[in-house]
Design a protein around this ligand. Sequence first.
Ligand SMILES: NC(=O)c1ccc[n+]([C@@H]2O[C@H](COP(=O)([O-])OP(=O)(O)OC[C@H]3O[C@@H](n4cnc5c(N)ncnc54)[C@H](O)[C@@H]3O)[C@@H](O)[C@H]2O)c1
Ligand SMILES: [Zn+2]
Ligand SMILES: [Zn+2]
Length: 333
Amino acid sequence: MRAVRIGLDRLIEVVDVSEPRLDSGHVILRPVACGICGTDLHICQHGFPGTQYPVTPGHEFAGHVVSVGKDVTGLKEGDFVAVNPNVSCGHCEWCLENKPHLCNALTPIGVGCAGAAAELVAVPAKNAFQVRESIGHGEAALIEPLACALHAVESAGGANGVKDRRILVLGAGTMGLLITIICRHFGAAEITVVDPNPGKHAMALSVGVDRALTPGQLGDGERFEVIFEAAGAIPALRQALRHIRKTGLLVQVGVHEVATKVDVLPFTIYDHELRIVGSNSLANQFPAAVDLMHDVAGQAAKLIGDTYSVWDFKTAVQAMAGGTAIKTQLRFD
Ligand SMILES: NC(=O)c1ccc[n+]([C@@H]2O[C@H](COP(=O)([O-])OP(=O)(O)OC[C@H]3O[C@@H](n4cnc5c(N)ncnc54)[C@H](O)[C@@H]3O)[C@@H](O)[C@H]2O)c1
Ligand SMILES: [Zn+2]
Ligand SMILES: [Zn+2]
């Protein structure tokens, strides 16, 4: 079968490979839609922790079950599923605490093992969740980033944490806008999104933010109860720290370089009783994100920009790196 392959030398090729083996407890899928994100860019450019080169990318995907391995219950040929790409060991201390995303032996599909940019992909049956196909293929492939955004909102207390509150979201990319859609759905009082790229503001407004601003347009004295740093940029984190209200909560969603440091004022953390929490990946939120996508698909679909044939993966990645699209996806026809 054909598959996209990124080599250790970062060369992107379409190659012929053998079909995936059907292990016990696994299913083989024929993907129909797959998103690409910053993680794929890192894999193609300077490397992403845990990547097993050569690798077939693709971790935000949905598809049809084409064969079912031994000991699989609840899935059959033809079922339409979205996939949680985080394959966890099931028995380390983090798995036993129901925090599979922190698993000591985490192997993300499309990073640590073969992903969906191929004719077929094998996944553990426990990672495949049935979805109503009527929500749309692209929307189903957005469930993975929606689950990450949901984990971020849950890290802020979920519906109780954001309902009736003033929210600031830094970054109007996929993460920031999915977080926005969820906060709106959960009844946030007012959502402000900050992004230095004014080209992103119209989309932010169309998914329901109250104000879309550049960093300089945010008033010095404004304070927010809940802030999401969803930019992965140091100026965004500094701005977040300046605008938290007393007792407020900052959720760190953006991924920074491992060794990056930022000054914080411990006196202010103490005096203002600030809370700063990290949100890493999708935790155990995939099933909840499947349900949520059935409610917010109309809004989430607005984020889907250009789609490319999976065999044009290289062009898709290059276009994404330079463009203003929110979510670029691959199609498999
Ligand atoms: N925690 C998680 O589970 C998780 C999941 C996916 C992505 N991420 C990370 O979240 C961040 C955002 O991901 P994305 O896919 O939305 O990326 P993206 O590139 O689509 O969006 C990032 C946005 O941040 C904006 N930005 C840059 N500097 C800014 C600033 N100073 N203030 C406000 N906005 C600024 C950019 O203009 C861009 O629109 C990245 O760091 C990514 O690695 C985290
Ligand atoms: Zn991703
Ligand atoms: Zn584990």
